[in-house]
Design a binder for this molecule. Structure first.
Ligand code: SF4
Ligand code: SF4
Length: 187
């Protein structure tokens, strides 16, 4: 089946999840180190305040002082971490499938170009995507997403033994006491 966005949907630019679990807080849009400056400059040009936090780091030693950041994340503008700062919810414009448009579509991060693909071999789609909920799977019209995913995977290769994940400290008000902030060692 061919992948296509569901009419009027903007869910993946709005809803943010706790990942891999609540204590890590809500995640943002993955930003590779080489994308960070470009995204910050675009935000400046648009007079938008954005918050970019670390996401994944690696280290040779088991201490957080020596972490090398492999990926950052751009947080949502709402207090609970939802809604990408570049989602145009105000102008009344629509995306080709009728959702809110991305105001940096041509320059959107690789992670956005990849979504809803989370694995290319075999093709696996994020089950939270509205299309996937309705159709379960797709195996056509995903070539550019596959290419973007492979680029991200190449950039994130590492031989360092310790992998760290940054807890964002951001989430629903009711969950505040469970959510941590800062680097947590994964392995
Ligand atoms: S990728 Fe999925 S969640 Fe995102 S707009 Fe398209 S259908 Fe909706
Ligand atoms: S950068 Fe654009 S495509 Fe990516 S989450 Fe934000 S609004 Fe959506």
């Amino acid at each position: 089946m061919e992948f296509h966005c569901i009419q009027d949907c903007s869910q993946c630019c709005i809803e943010r999840e706790y990942y891999p679990e609540k204590k890590f807080g809500k995640i943002g849009v993955l930003i590779l180190p080489e994308e960070k400056e470009k995204i910050q400059n675009i935000a400046k040009e648009k007079n938008l305040e954005i918050l970019i936090l670390p996401r994944i780091g690696v280290s040779e030693e088991k201490n957080s002082e020596s972490i090398k950041i492999l990926a950052f994340q751009m947080m949502g503008v709402e207090k609970n971490g939802n809604t990408c700062p570049f989602l145009d919810t105000n102008s009344g414009k629509k995306s080709p499938h009728g959702g809110y448009p991305c105001s940096i579509y041509e320059n959107r991060p690789l992670a956005c170009q990849t979504y809803p693909l989370i694995e290319s071999d075999p093709i696996t789609l994020d089950q939270k995507c509205k299309f996937c909920k309705e159709h379960n799977s797709a195996d056509e019209n995903l070539n550019s997403e596959i290419e973007s995913l492979l680029k991200i995977k190449t950039q994130m290769k590492t031989s360092d033994p310790f992998v760290w994940r940054y807890a964002t400290g951001i989430g629903e008000e009711a969950d505040t006491s469970e959510i941590k902030t800062g680097w947590i060692l994964e392995k």
